[in-house]
Design a protein around this ligand. Structure first.
Ligand code: TYD
Ligand code: MG
Length: 455
């Protein structure tokens, strides 16, 4: 019989403690910052019963015993920086229904086929549901153990007995630690559970992947606190109505956070997309006004994306503006620049801008293509379909430099693009040979860029 464990409430801002929950912290006066924690840690006892580590010289630290596990899902391995590191604690976040369980089931199957058993702990779905999904994915491995349980202590005991190659927790919001009386999913529970899993992963060397739901404001499990506790934070994103999914590393203690994996959600699970640019441009209308292609950097990965704009006269009242996949306020700003610096009067025009494919474009390099797409639709003149446009636009209508121009041009050239309208500042520093048959045009201002595309 477990002794009842005392808990306390600790302010996450200033660290003040109280014996019961308070809406407002008596220490710093902040609201809603008190979180339940275990008062007396069961100190000195390691979870796994293994000896605690001792200080040792850095030269004695053994790194050879760290071969990474390759999951067989190439894009996943790539984002991690070459597979899963033993003892790593991974957090995978994303909106409900985006495909987190599907992705990790594919990862689990890959590891189970190569390295031995994998325990998939589900607090959300029944074992039958998971089997149906695995059948849909087309691979069933006997090494994959499904465990429907919510009590973390039971889970850790089981995991230590089986010594699997990987443990997957789906999801952290459904797990609870009996030490804390509050309900699963509460901040205190999620934190305590993650803390336990971290100790489990570190002490046993068994890599553990946790699925976390994203709250309305886009954070995993509410506070960003969890992100500090784990080794790797991945976000799985995409528009549910599109097939494209992007896996991004927000934090990675074992690799860079620049890599991103691109998947498409198919009938039989997530497929790796090898030529996303080609796929993204497959349905592009040629010679239609309002369509401009840009090379967008998804981390270090160049992607060709079509920006579409539709400008039409407002019938009555306020003109409407809408942006999909692009920042709304940025659109308003760029339209103001067009009015003031180029003299295109848009005050009585509705304007709609869409980044095709469901990607959210947050890069300033998309400014110039958006501006030109709007101008193109307004004038009813198409931009040459073999032209790529990129550049940041400033408030005085100047075109500012962007990063990684050579990688962008190389990607577009591979898909047959010949003309490039780029910031004048980038052109001078570009070492790209002129002999490649590509036409590079430097634009210092929006007006210059317009002259280059509308001949
Ligand atoms: P799921 O992995 O359950 O999402 P999450 O765990 O992030 O909530 O998958 C969600 C969606 O993916 C679901 O609506 C069905 C779809 N899906 C496919 O299109 N193809 C497939 O092969 C699978 C397994 C799911
Ligand atoms: Mg799920």
């Amino acid at each position: 019989m477990l002794a009842k464990i005392k808990t306390k409430f600790v302010c996450q801002q200033c660290g003040s403690e109280a014996s019961k929950w308070l809406g407002r912290c008596p220490g710093c006066g902040e609201w809603n910052t008190m979180v339940e924690e275990v008062a007396v840690k069961k100190a000195e006892i390691t979870l796994t019963g293994m000896p605690a580590s001792k200080p040792k010289p850095i030269s004695m630290v053994d790194t050879s015993a760290m071969p990474r596990l390759l999951t067989g899902v190439g894009e996943f391995d790539r984002v991690l920086g070459g597979g899963i590191v033993p003892g790593a604690l991974l957090l995978i976040g994303g909106d409900p229904g985006i495909g987190k369980s599907t992705l990790l089931l594919q990862v689990a199957t890959g590891i189970a086929e190569k390295y031995g058993s994998v325990i998939y702990i589900s607090g959300e779905e029944s074992a039958a549901q998971i089997k149906i999904r695995a059948e849909r994915l087309g691979k069933i491995s006997n090494n994959l153990l499904i465990f429907t349980e919510n009590n973390l202590e039971t889970i850790i005991v089981e995991a230590l007995q089986h010594k699997p190659a990987l443990v997957i927790i789906d999801s952290i919001q459904t797990m609870y630690s009996p030490d804390i009386p509050s309900a699963p999913g509460s901040v205190g529970q999620v934190r305590e559970s993650t803390g336990k899993l971290m100790r489990f992963a570190k002490e046993s060397g068994i890599p553990t992947a946790i699925i976390g739901h994203v709250t309305k404001d886009g954070n995993i499990a509410g506070p960003r606190l969890l992100e500090h506790m784990v080794d790797v934070v991945l976000y799985f994103e995409g528009e549910r109505s599109y097939a494209f999914r992007v896996l991004r590393a927000i934090k990675n203690r074992f690799g860079s956070t620049n890599e991103s994996g691109i998947f498409s959600m198919e009938q039989h699970g997530l497929a790796e997309v090898t030529n996303p640019s080609g796929l993204l441009l497959a349905e592009r209308p040629q010679g239609a006004p309002g369509s401009v292609v840009l090379v967008y950097m998804e981390g270090v990965r160049p992607l060709l994306i079509e920006i579409q704009a539709l400008v039409s006269t407002t019938c009555f009242g306020m003109p409407r503006r809408m942006a999909a996949g692009f920042d709304y306020n940025r659109l308003l700003l760029l339209m103001a620049v067009l009015e003031k610096r180029v003299g295109i009067m848009l005050a009585n025009q509705d304007a709609y801008v869409n980044a095709v494919g469901g990607f959210k474009i947050v890069e300033p390099a998309a400014d110039l293509p958006v501006v030109l797409a709007i101008a193109s639709s307004f004038r009813g003149t198409a931009v040459d379909p073999s032209t790529v446009v990129m550049g940041e636009v400033g408030l005085t209508g100047e075109v500012r430099m962007i990063g990684r121009v050579e990688a962008r041009i190389a990607e577009a050239a591979a898909l047959g693009f010949k003309r490039f309208v780029i910031p004048a500042g980038n052109l001078s520093s570009l070492k790209l040979a002129r002999t490649t048959g590509l036409k590079l045009i430097g634009a210092a201002s929006v007006s210059e860029a317009m002259e280059a595309v509308f001949v």
